[in-house]
Design a protein around this ligand. Structure first.
Ligand SMILES: Nc1ncnc2c1ncn2[C@@H]1O[C@H](COP(=O)(O)OP(=O)(O)OP(=O)(O)O)[C@@H](O)[C@H]1O
Length: 254
């Protein structure tokens, strides 16, 4: 059974009032379909406004499609009850682009990473501390960092904290929504390679949203290229630079 199936997802935004413009009226995504198998990373590659975040939100259960469905582990996300969705939430995590707004600045790193553990697991404070220490080591940080607050971390370190929080419950799939775009090139590469290692070590699957061909090339097994809300081509990453669709060529080879 495939881990995630997105089947003909369509969402149209209706711009209104002061914000109505030719560009935004009728925008969104149309007839988006893809499959993610266990242990696989699918990259969604497209320029700004192509519809990448809309796709991510629909997969995460945050935006109901007008038509089409999202099946996660065989369960139809938008037709399941709250209890099923809570279980489903555990296996499907997310890392957003803006590492600072993804965390509560008043919490310590221990509280941030411990949040999903407290929501889903019952464990002693000592056990929680041990697991958080291990998670910090797994993402290349020092266990002593758990006493820090977000403002004492660099952007790259804080994004590693967000990754530690995302893997805390050993999810099946992580949606990575431009996870390295706000970091400098060297840190971007370190984190992408680290995500690749984690994927191989724990058999994780990723939906990797990006506008960056090189980043997609590092992490993805397959790439779906989106443009103006449509999926124009899906291609194995090994053949990415041999893409055939004119839009893919423009995006990949520019
Ligand atoms: N809430 C909204 N209301 C109206 N239009 C929207 C809304 N959200 C997105 N859009 C429009 O839908 C299209 C797709 O937006 P989306 O944010 O999914 O693109 P994106 O590829 O993620 O872009 P970026 O890389 O700039 O974040 C764009 O034309 C955008 O203006």
């Amino acid at each position: 059974m495939s881990l995630l199936i997105a089947d003909q997802l369509t969402k149209t935004y209706s711009a209104s009032g002061w914000f109505r413009s030719k560009e935004s009226a009728g925008s969104g995504v149309n007839d988006i379909s893809f499959v993610i198998e266990e242990g696989m990373c699918l990259g969604i590659l497209g320029e700004s406004g192509a519809g990448k975040s809309t796709i991510a939100k629909m997969v995460l259960g945050l935006l109901r499609p007008e038509s089409g469905k999202v099946l996660f582990q065989g369960v139809d996300l938008y037709r399941s009850d709250r209890a099923v969705r809570k279980l489903w939430r555990r296996d499907l995590q997310v890392v957003f682009q803006d590492c600072y707004s993804a965390v509560n600045p008043r919490m310590t790193i221990r509280q941030i990473i411990g949040e999903p553990l407290r929501n889903y697991e019952q464990m002693s404070s000592k056990e929680e501390q041990r697991i958080i220490g291990e998670l910090l080591e797994t993402v290349g940080l020092d266990p002593g960092d758990m006493r820090k607050t977000p403002k004492e971390m660099s952007g790259g370190q804080l994004q590693r904290v967000n990754i530690a929080r995302a893997i805390a419950l050993k999810p099946k799939l992580i949606v990575l929504d431009e996870p390295v775009s706000s970091l400098d090139m060297i840190v971007q590469k370190q984190i992408l390679l680290h995500l690749r290692e984690l994927k191989e070590k724990y058999g994780l699957s990723y939906l990797f949203i990006s506008h960056d061909v090189l980043a997609v090339n590092v992490l993805s097994d397959q790439v779906a290229i989106v443009d103006k809300g449509m999926m124009v081509e899906t291609i194995d990453t090994a053949s990415l630079f041999d893409c055939v669709h004119p839009v893919s060529k423009r995006i990949v080879l520019s």
